[in-house]
Ligand binder design. Structure first.
Ligand code: ZN
Length: 375
């Protein structure tokens, strides 16, 4: 079955509002240009713009007991995000069951493709250790050997990547992976053909992960990155996820910080009112948040100018008000153009570059209509 979409305005990582025809064979774009017909069906799209669908390289779908919810991945697909990379379960459900669920939903046409890491790998008490509800849940290890074995276990379950993290604002006060453990995780992941993404908040954590050989920072540091760090990361192909968010949106505690047994906790009295941030988490004031946002955008611009790879990531967490946010990540895109990316470079960070990083391009492109129409 061939479909010809005629006279559409195309906006992607190469074309800047170029009018052309698009030939779709089954569900794959097979040609873009002029005089591509005849086709089985033809539509005149004069006045419409076609965008590629986007990849959100940092989200959380598996949250508490909502781990296997199709509404989330259906909403993304419907709103122009055809692939999401889930960086760490915030759920105590089995990661073996979760891997099976992903395999099933990834074979369906109406849902976003999910690329995931399963549980964090961490030491007891670490950033990604758990077991607080709706907070990163980790598989706990005690030695570098165990850490490496755990990577291979994730690999056997079908996860293409690993997530680790460090509470870098409180690094001296909280347990975390040793440098040897972090390095063992990266080494084994490389052997197994997997990537490793690391939660960091500031340059101190970024430096720790850089020393361990982590190829992907799941966040942009919120303090100014030293030139040397920028140079080293860019030269070594390290990827940085944007996660700058919307500076004008009120800062809320991460959703669902519900303490079991307390007011609002699962099974506790008082409905499901959030209990506020977990111990040790300090929420920045609106002024601080805006300042951090500005620094992150500056870091992204400097990293880009140094040749570093940047991908769009929102860190969106599947929660009660999720549906309105599961859309093309406009605040992230806007931040990149503000950081000096061209329009085409901005789109690339949410499409082609992200596809390389999450290694989902071929599959996602072949199986789904990989474009999105704005009327
Ligand atoms: Zn996250």
């Amino acid at each position: 079955m061939t479909v010809l979409l005629k006279n559409a305005v195309l906006l992607d990582s190469v074309r800047n509002n170029e009018t052309a025809d698009v030939l779709v064979t089954d569900s794959t774009i097979t040609a873009i240009g002029r005089d591509l017909g005849p086709a089985d069906r033809e539509f005149d799209l004069s006045g419409c713009t076609l965008l590629p669908t986007f990849i959100d390289a940092h989200v959380h779908v598996a949250v508490d007991d909502n781990a296997f919810r199709e509404d989330a991945i259906r909403a993304w697909a419907y709103n122009g995000v055809s692939t999401v990379r889930e960086l760490g379960m915030l759920s105590q459900l089995s990661q073996a069951d979760y891997a099976k669920w992903i395999e099933t939903v990834n074979s369906q046409p109406e849902t976003a493709t999910v690329v995931a890491v399963g549980n964090y790998i961490d030491v007891a008490g670490g950033y990604g250790a758990g077991p607080n509800p709706n907070h990163p849940v980790g598989t706990l290890i005690t030695t570098a050997e165990e850490a490496a074995e755990e990577v291979s276990l994730h690999h056997k379950l079908g996860y293409p990547g690993i997530k680790i993290g460090i509470h870098d604002g409180r690094m001296d006060l909280t347990p975390h992976l040793s440098p040897e453990m972090a390095k063992a995780i990266c080494d084994r992941a490389r052997e197994d053909g997997m990537w490793v993404a690391a939660h960091i908040g500031i340059c101190r954590g970024a430096q720790f992960m850089q020393d361990a050989g982590v190829p992907d920072l799941a966040h942009t540091p919120s303090d100014p990155m030293p030139d040397e760090m920028i140079r080293f990361m860019a030269e070594n192909g390290v990827v940085m996820d944007t996660t700058v968010g919307d500076p004008d949106k009120a800062m809320e505690p991460p959703p669902g910080m519900l303490m079991p047994g307390g007011p609002g906790g699962p099974g506790g009295p008082g409905g499901d009112a959030p209990m506020g941030p977990p111990p040790g988490m300090v929420m920045p004031s609106p002024e601080e948040k805006r300042k951090q946002w500005k620094t992150m955008v500056e870091n992204l611009g400097r990293y880009h100018r140094a040749g570093g790879r940047v991908v769009i990531g929102t860190d969106l967490i599947h929660s009660r008000d999720f549906m309105k946010d599961a859309v093309i990540p406009v605040p992230e895109l806007r931040a990149l153009t503000g950081a000096g990316f061209t329009l085409q470079e901005t789109i690339a960070a949410g499409t082609i570059t992200a596809a390389e990083v999450v290694r989902a391009s071929t599959k996602a492109g072949r199986r789904r209509n990989n474009f999105f129409m704005v009327v």
